[in-house]
Ligand binder design. Structure first.
Ligand code: KG4
Ligand code: ZN
Length: 299
C-alpha cells in the first residue's frame, strides 16, 4: 500500500532526526548517504528528497546507495576481523536474500559487482511470507516459519528443490510455494497427516538446500576469498549454519561473513557504511539530478 508507506515514512523521518540528536546545522556529519533504490517508489522518494534538502542546507556531499549494496556492507559492521593478519575479502560471492531479492553477486572489489544469478519469480523471503500466510502464521513469515520449524521434521515431506540442477545460478521459488499449498489442502482432506511444524521444517529445508547448493556451485566456479550472506533472510539460523558449515567443510580457507542478527533486516547503519565506502572513492551524487529509482540495479 504505497500511500500508507509514504505517509508513515513522512511522519517518522523528521522525528527520527530529532531522536538521533543530530545538530540542527549538521555539525559532526561528513557525508549524507541515502538509499536511492531499489524499493517502493513513494518511500524512496521521501528519503531521497530529504537527503537532497539536508545536503543543500548543511552543505555536505551526498552519496546514493543501492539498498542491496547496503545489505552486503552490513557484514562489515563489527565483523570481528583478525586485525593482526587480516584476510582478503575480495573477490567475494554474495548471496543476498530478502523479501524482494534473491541474488548471487560476484563482488570483485568495493563497488565492483557482477550479477551471476537471481530469482526468476518470488524472492526467498517472499516465499517464506507467502507460505506463512498459507499456514495461518503472522507477517513477516520468515521468523514465524523458522520458529515453528524448530519442532518439525525437515524430512517429513520432500518438497521440490526448484532449479537446483540447472546449469546457471538462477532461482525460482513460486513452484515451491504451490507445492506447499497443495500439501496444506491435502492435509485438511486427510485430517492432519502432516502437522504444520513438519510442513514449515520441510519447506525451510527445501529453500535452504537450494540456496546453499547454488551458492557452493558459484564458489566452485569463481574461487572467491569469502562468501557473504546478507538480507533479511540471513536471520534464518538454519540457513546461516548450513552455508557456513558446508563452506567450512569443503573450503576451510574461504571466510564466511553474515551480519550481526540486529543488522539482518533493513537498517540505516548498513546504508551509512556502504555510503562511507563510496564517499572514500569520491563517488558523490549530484543533488540537482539524483532521483529515486525503484528498479535501481547494482550492476
Ligand atoms: O531485507 P529485508 O528486511 O527487507 C527487504 O529488503 O525485503 O527482508 C525481509 C524478509 C521478509 O521476507 C522476512 O520474512 C524475511 O526477510 N526473514 C526471514 C527471517 N527473518 C526475516 N526469512 C527466513 N527466516 C528468518 N528467520
Ligand atoms: Zn532489505
Amino acid at each position: 500500500m504505497p500511500d500508507i508507506a509514504a505517509r508513515e515514512h513522512s511522519s517518522v523521518i523528521f522525528p527520527m532526526l530529532k531522536e538521533l540528536g543530530i545538530e540542527k546545522d549538521g555539525s559532526g556529519i561528513d557525508v549524507i548517504a541515502v538509499t536511492a533504490g531499489p524499493g517502493l517508489a513513494p518511500a524512496l522518494r521521501i528519503g531521497v528528497e530529504l537527503g537532497k534538502v539536508l545536503t543543500w542546507i548543511w552543505k555536505k556531499p551526498l552519496v546514493a546507495v543501492n539498498h542491496l549494496e547496503g545489505h552486503i556492507y552490513s557484514v562489515l559492521i563489527n565483523p570481528k576481523p583478525n586485525t593482526q593478519n587480516p584476510k582478503p575479502i575480495f573477490p567475494a560471492i554474495c548471496l543476498i536474500v530478502s523479501g524482494g531479492h534473491t541474488e548471487l553477486i560476484l563482488m570483485k572489489d568495493h563497488g565492483i559487482y557482477e550479477l551471476i544469478g537471481m530469482t526468476r519469480d518470488d524472492a526467498a523471503g517472499e516465499a517464506f511470507d507467502k507460505v506463512a500466510k498459507l499456514l495461518g502464521l503472522e507477517y513477516p513469515g520468515g521468523p514465524a516459519i523458522s520458529k515453528l520449524a524448530e519442532n518439525g521434521n525437515p524430512d517429513a515431506i520432500l518438497f521440490p528443490r526448484p532449479m537446483i540442477d540447472s546449469d546457471d545460478f538462477d532461482f525460482s521459488f513460486s513452484g515451491l510455494k504451490t507445492a506447499v499449498k497443495k500439501k496444506t489442502s491435502e492435509r485438511s482432506e486427510m485430517s492432519e497427516m502432516y502437522n504444520t511444524a513438519d510442513i514449515a521444517a520441510s519447506f525451510q529445508q527445501a529453500v535452504v538446500e537450494t540456496l546453499v547448493t547454488k551458492t557452493m556451485r558459484a564458489v566452485e566456479k569463481y574461487h572467491p576469498q569469502s562468501v557473504i550472506l546478507s538480507g533479511g533472510v540471513s536471520a534464518n539460523k538454519f540457513l546461516r549454519t548450513s552455508l557456513e558449515q558446508t563452506l567450512h567443510k569443503q573450503h576451510p580457507v574461504i571466510s564466511f561473513y553474515a551480519p550481526d542478527f540486529s543488522l539482518t533486516g533493513d537498517n540505516a547503519i548498513m546504508i551509512a557504511v556502504a555510503g562511507a565506502f563510496r564517499a572514500k572513492q569520491k563517488q558523490f551524487a549530484d543533488p540537482l539530478t539524483l532521483v529515486a529509482d525503484p528498479n535501481m540495479r547494482l550492476v
